[in-house]
Design a protein around this ligand. Structure first.
Ligand SMILES: Cc1cc2nc3c(=O)[nH]c(=O)nc-3n(C[C@H](O)[C@H](O)[C@H](O)COP(=O)(O)OP(=O)(O)OC[C@H]3O[C@@H](n4cnc5c(N)ncnc54)[C@H](O)[C@@H]3O)c2cc1C
Length: 300
């Protein structure tokens, strides 16, 4: 409760202080900082996916700037021989104001990834974008294999979407709970209900012979359920990878790596760190407590 109340006070906290707390969850403001972070993760036996921070752009210039940063990232990843792909939000690429621009930017990104032997993951955003994201994903898959997207366990439509994608041979998916606030009409609300949905969809993907599944969660009971399912169904490591956000549940991450499970870390970076941090803090108000404790320490 207290932490939730603190989140509402966040806009009053000086940005340098928010940065002190956020930098654990963000690789840095520049591509170079992000590549350094990826290199360290690779040395520790983890792969990575880069996220250039920025969503809901409102002008073409910002979408093009985002595209150019991703293109530079793909080039740098190849040059440095890093084990890293990219994760992209369509709203950053102009989806909300110019779907044609978004389509053309995504074609540029996936085409560049294809020539470099890399991969593009299209992040899933709020429910107003679900269908259009799946449609664009299907369109891109007509030309390229090196693109996947995300499904959210809290959405009631997801088992049907997964069923359809499995039938089309297009189930190259990351499975997450879903981060946006959605209505009861379309999304499960209870933690336990979402966990059940998550494990059912994971089973659907494994049993449906999907391509590699990104098991994106930090929720220990879900990680354990996934491990049990992998064992029960004898799923080989080429067919799954755990995925976690930078700076979150690092000890569990290490346990999985030590047990030789493939693990990819989602590495956000860029100038738009403040909006991203605010979202993370709203999502997990416990971190807000740290911000305010740091504030206290500084002034004492
Ligand atoms: C790699 C990756 C990619 C994702 N991509 C998408 C996407 O494309 N679309 C989408 O809607 N959502 C995405 N998400 C977010 C996801 O939907 C969840 O909102 C988020 O992962 C929290 O759910 P959880 O499964 O970790 O379980 P929770 O029950 O929320 O978390 C379990 C525990 O993990 C820790 N934890 C979780 N999140 C954080 C955090 N941010 N900071 C600090 N500690 C934390 C806490 O200790 C918490 O108790 C992604 C998540 C990951 C890991």
């Amino acid at each position: 409760m207290l932490n939730r109340a603190l989140v509402t006070l966040l806009p009053l906290v000086p940005r340098p202080l928010v940065w002190r707390v956020s930098k654990r969850y963000i690789a840095g403001k520049s591509l170079e900082a992000a590549l350094d972070c990826v290199r360290t993760l690779n040395e520790q036996g983890m792969s990575a996916t880069l996220d250039v921070l920025g969503e809901d752009t409102a002008v073409a210039e910002d979408a093009v700037k985002g595209r150019d940063l991703y293109l530079a990232a793909l080039e740098a990843i190849e040059k440095a021989h890093l084990d890293c792909n990219i994760s992209v939000k369509l709203s950053q690429m102009g989806l909300r104001f110019d779907p044609e621009l978004c389509r053309s930017v995504m074609r540029d990104l996936v085409s560049s990834a294809a020539t470099r032997g890399n991969f593009v993951r299209i992040d899933m955003e709020d429910a107003t974008a679900t269908q259009i994201t799946l449609d664009l994903y299907r369109e891109l898959r007509r030309t390229w294999n090196c693109v996947g997207t995300v499904v959210q366990a809290y959405l009631k439509r997801t088992p049907e979407d997964v069923d359809q994608l499995l039938k089309e041979g297009l189930a190259t998916l990351r499975l997450c709970k879903g981060i946006y606030v959605e209505s009861q009409a379309i999304a499960f609300q209870g933690k336990e209900q979402i966990r059940i949905a998550y494990t059912e969809i994971l089973r659907q993907l494994f049993e449906g012979n999907s391509a590699k599944v990104g098991i994106a969660t930090h929720d220990r009971p879900l990680v354990e359920a996934a491990l049990a399912m992998i064992k029960e169904l004898e799923i080989p490591p080429e067919r799954y990878e755990f995925q976690m956000l930078l700076g979150v549940t690092e000890s569990m991450r290490q346990e999985l790596v030590t047990a030789k499970h493939p693990l990819r870390v989602y590495v956000p970076f860029g100038e738009e760190w403040y909006a991203y941090s605010s979202r993370r803090l709203r999502e997990n108000p416990q971190i807000a407590g740290h911000v305010f404790r740091n504030l206290f320490r500084r002034s004492s």
